[in-house]
Every structure is written in C-alpha cells, then in structure tokens.
Design a protein around this ligand. Structure first.
Ligand SMILES: C[S@@+](CC[C@H](N)C(=O)[O-])C[C@H]1O[C@@H](n2cnc3c(N)ncnc32)[C@H](O)[C@@H]1O
Length: 197
C-alpha cells in the first residue's frame, strides 16, 4: 500500500467514526492544567484536532487558533461548533505529517491523542521563542483498555521527554500503574514544555 493510500484509508476511518458518533468537544487535561501558563495573545495550533475540544478552548481564551485534521467530517464539526459558540477558529483539512507546521509559526501547539513520532521535531520547531507545547496521549502502562490496542500508537515511559529533548520541561505526568490505580491520572502521559527564548 502506498503512503497516499494509507492516508486515504486513515481519513475514511476517521470520517466514518466522526459521522457515526457525536464526540463531545472537550479540552484535554494537558490544556486545562496549562491554562495559567498560556500567553494572553498569539497563535495557537490544535494539531490532529478531531472535533476541536482544544481548539475551541484556545480560541475561547483569546488565542488566534488554527485547527488541523485529516478528516473533513471532523473539520466541519469544528467549524459548526466554533460558529455556534461565536469563536474564530481557522479549521482546515490538513495532513500534518505530509504538511507539518512551518518553523516558528505558533506560540502554542497542542496535540492530544495523536502519535506520529516522525513529526516530533517539526512540532518543536514550529514553536516561537517561549512557545508552549502541550502534548497528551495514551501510554502503554495503562490500567484500562482505553485507547489504541496497537502498542505502536502508545507511549513508553518517559517517551515524551525523549521526543522533545530541546524544550524546557514545565510539567510532565506519567503515572503508569504505580500505587493506588483507582486514583490519579491513568492510561495517558502528558508533557507541557517550552521553547527557549
Ligand atoms: C484520537 S483522534 C484525537 C482527536 C483530538 N485531538 C482529540 O483529542 O479529541 C486522532 C485524530 O488524528 C487525526 N489524524 C490522523 N492522522 C492525521 C494526519 N496525518 N494529519 C492530521 N490529522 C490526522 C484523525 O483524523 C483524528 O481526528
């Protein structure tokens, strides 16, 4: 299968999922935990945005927000929801692996539940000086079966730290299966990291 075919198949799978189910547009924990760290103005990107829970939150707090996803169905949802909430979100169908953000183009880059390791360097480079990366996705050390079953799409311990070595770590959470697994932030890891000035 060519990479174009793989992309098309992935797009169809996500379109189908978004058409079949109404996903609530909720911001990820990594974003709600970072609200006090965000700049008051600037450009933000929700990469692989799905129905745009993070994009809508970023726009709500006053950032000029772009939302990119492979799925036209998801992007249509973001546009409709943004309009309904009276928010300006520049939502576009875009393959972020084939067409990653330009260097130094965003003050905030948010990625939730999407993992393509080949994109990490481009995401870090997309940050302007002082810019913040907010990254959250599923980890292999999990206490439920939420998320992808293919371990390739899940993080190993400390992997986010290794994927973004040039950034300053502001917060990192990766609780694995340690301690009382009925409590805490499980199944995911998140990183809040900053580009240097
Ligand atoms: C698990 S969903 C996460 C959506 C959203 N970030 C969230 O937290 O709800 C993964 C998303 O990645 C998108 N995606 C997959 N490959 C992509 C690519 N190459 N470029 C852009 N989006 C992609 C899918 O269309 C899907 O919306």
């Amino acid at each position: 299968m060519t990479s174009d075919n793989r992309t098309e198949t992935r797009r169809e799978i996500w379109d189908h999922r978004y058409a079949a189910r109404v996903h609530p547009a909720e911001p990820a924990l990594v974003l709600t935990e970072a609200l006090h760290l965000l700049p008051r103005a600037g450009d933000a990107l929700d990469a692989a945005c799905g129905v745009g829970g993070n994009a809508l939150k970023l726009a709500e707090i006053g950032l000029r927000t772009s939302a990119w996803d492979l799925s036209p169905v998801a992007i249509e949802r973001v546009r409709t929801e943004a309009k309904w909430r009276g928010l300006g979100v520049d939502a576009r169908v875009r393959d972020i692996v084939a067409d990653p953000p330009s260097p130094r183009s965003f003050d905030v880059v948010c990625v939730a539940y999407f993992l393509d390791r080949t994109l990490a360097a481009a995401l870090a480079a997309a940050l302007r000086p002082d810019g913040l990366l907010l990254y959250q996705t599923f980890s292999r050390e999990a206490v439920t079966d939420r998320g992808p079953s293919n371990p390739e799409f899940r993080l190993v311990p400390n992997e986010l730290l290794r994927l973004f070595p040039g950034l300053i770590v502001r917060a990192y959470r990766d609780e694995g299966c340690t301690g009382d697994t009925c409590r805490g932030t499980r199944d995911i890891a998140f990183l809040i990291a900053q580009a240097s000035r």
